[in-house]
Design a protein around this ligand. Structure first.
Ligand code: ADP
Ligand code: MG
Length: 293
């Protein structure tokens, strides 16, 4: 396991990058929509460290950890093979908690998009078969899943899932069991009310709906520049559901998703500028550069 002092060193480097907007000392393995995945050590990464949004209280973090543990257990019980993941914490000062989810670094060629990119489209590809059956087997009103290709690895005939930092577990009510508001700190303060009210409930619902998740898997292939795989993926998905997914639906999803994320990113960049230049505060998230979609 990664040494606590090494993790503290990483977080110092992250703080420095946030303060200066210069992330050259970091090895960014991937940008998710919200988090950033950092390779440690930077020159020869062994660990993938995913910085979680900052928890303002220990109690908030404890609720998250409980949901995280419950989510891993639920996915495993439902037959999903998970990359081993640990959550570690650092003291953020003022009672706040900085959490990291730590995994071993997976070989680049084993990451889902790279696997498909290296091959010709085929409906029966084991990655498509594995992901689509995992979705219909694991997902229900209690357990959600973000099954996009970029969250899976394929090596030695084994499909593993690794995007576990958002524990999509609902054991009571319509919302997830942890305080979803921690993710809202990534959005400008002015927009949080609207996002909480209009965007979040819909987003949560989508991750518990097998058909919507399958659709999302297909649409996301376009973003990954794997458009030739779309027809095969749609067919693989349609083997599992009664109401077939159409190519038209998938394209529509892609366009509206791309627009939404692009707009969010633009707003976040503007917010970063406002916080840094006008309010003279550091902005607490690392943002990706321009994204090609
Ligand atoms: N363990 C890992 N080894 C190598 N790369 C990783 C690992 N975990 C994540 N990544 C890279 O970072 C990207 C985002 O990570 P992910 O866990 O999916 O977080 P997010 O919730 O931000 O999507 C992945 O699509 C992948 O490219
Ligand atoms: Mg992901």
């Amino acid at each position: 396991m990664i040494q606590p002092t090494v993790l503290a060193g990483l977080d110092d480097a992250v703080q420095h990058a946030l303060a200066t907007c210069d992330d050259s000392a970091l090895n960014v393995l991937g940008y998710g929509e919200i988090s950033v995945v950092l390779g440690v050590p930077a020159d020869r990464p062994e660990y993938a460290c995913k910085r979680l949004p900052v928890f303002s209280t220990r109690a908030g973090f404890d609720r998250y950890r409980q949901a995280f543990d419950g989510y891993l257990k639920a996915l495993t019980e439902r037959g999903i093979d998970l990359v081993e993941s640990h959550v570690m914490t650092l003291d953020g000062g003022d009672g706040s908690v900085v959490g990291y989810c730590i995994q071993a670094v997976l070989p680049t060629e084993s990451l889902g998009p790279n696997v498909l990119r290296a091959e010709q489209p085929a409906v029966d590809h084991p990655v498509l078969e594995g992901i689509t059956s995992a979705i219909v087997k694991a997902v229900d009103q209690q357990v959600g899943l973000d099954a996009q290709l970029s969250n899976w690895a394929w090596a030695d005939g084994r499909l593993t899932y690794f995007d576990v930092t958002t524990p999509m577990l609902r054991t009571q009510g319509d919302s997830w069991d942890f305080d979803v508001d921690i993710y809202l700190t990534a959005s400008p303060w002015l927009l949080r009310g609207a996002i909480r009210r209009y965007v979040l409930p819909d987003t949560v619902k989508r991750y518990h709906n097998p058909r919507a998740i399958l659709r999302d898997l297909c649409g996301n292939l376009i973003k990954e520049r794997l458009e030739p795989w779309v027809p095969a993926a749609i067919q693989a998905c349609n083997r599992h559901i009664d109401r077939p997914i159409t190519e038209e639906e998938v394209r529509k999803d892609y366009t509206s998703d791309a627009r939404l994320w692009e707009a969010m990113l633009r707003v976040r960049r503007a917010d970063r500028w406002w916080q840094r230049k006008v309010r003279r505060r550091s902005y607490p998230y690392l943002l990706p550069g321009p994204i090609e979609r």
